[in-house]
Design a protein. Structure first.
Length: 94
């Protein structure tokens, strides 16, 4: 399942090296992901929540099995396990 994770662009090198790790989460130890229709909402939400400028954000596209996910709300998913770097399909500026 192709999903998207938004983060600060300074985190991209470690994501490409180590993947998306649950121990890097600020609150609940999970990786937050969204589907394509929720990308605009997720970008604004993450930027506002962390106080980051939209231009400083990156979008990480990952391919994960549906079995790894729990749905938080429509289009927003949680993954309670690390997502390895080989599951990262692309990284783009947001």
């Amino acid at each position: 399942m192709m999903l998207y994770h938004y983060t600060h662009s300074s985190n991209v090198p470690s994501i490409q090296r180590d993947g998306l790790r649950v121990d890097k989460a600020r609150s609940v130890p999970r990786v937050w992901l969204c589907n394509d229709p929720k990308r605009a909402w997720a970008l604004r939400h993450v930027a506002d929540s962390h106080g980051w400028a939209l231009g400083d954000m990156a979008c990480v596209a990952v391919d994960v099995p549906r079995a790894w996910l729990s749905r938080w709300r429509w289009g927003v998913y949680l993954c309670n396990r690390d997502i390895a770097p080989d599951r990262v399909r692309r990284v783009r500026s947001a």
